[in-house]
Design a protein around this ligand. Structure first.
Ligand code: AMP
Ligand code: ZN
Length: 110
């Protein structure tokens, strides 16, 4: 899994945040002026893999997202996206949340 390799440092990334359970890094193919990917260090395939046993790390991700947004000057707003499965266009099967901002985003979500 390429995101597990990023966590281990086997693939380089530009980190935006890291702690014991979470890593955030800048997307290599940014779709907005600020595009950061936030992932749990634990390998979970996607949203369908969230259970009562691992949801504490998901809650933690949503605590750090506003901090990351603040540090990256997203006071004017940002969007958080998680593609789950083929129809949503998920390409990396390690749960992740995209933080998109830095400009006025499309008002169509899909
Ligand atoms: P998704 O299409 O929602 O599964 O998102 C996967 C995201 O990971 C895409 O936006 C890719 O550009 C991004 N990505 C893939 N490989 C890397 C990498 N090595 N470093 C940073 N971002 C990556
Ligand atoms: Zn993984």
């Amino acid at each position: 899994c390429i995101f597990c390799k990023i966590i281990k440092g086997e693939i380089p990334s530009k980190k935006a945040y890291e702690d014991d359970t979470v890593v955030a890094f800048f997307d290599i193919q940014p779709q907005a002026p600020v595009h950061i990917v936030v992932i749990p260090k634990e390998h979970i395939e996607n949203m369908n893999g969230i259970t009562a046993d691992n949801s504490d790390v998901i809650a933690h991700i949503f605590e750090v997202i506003p901090q990351i947004a603040k540090e990256n000057n997203l006071a004017d707003g940002y969007r958080v996206v998680s593609n789950c499965g083929a129809n949503a266009g998920q390409t990396v099967f390690h749960l992740h949340f995209h933080i998109l901002g830095g400009e006025k985003l499309n008002t169509t979500m899909a």
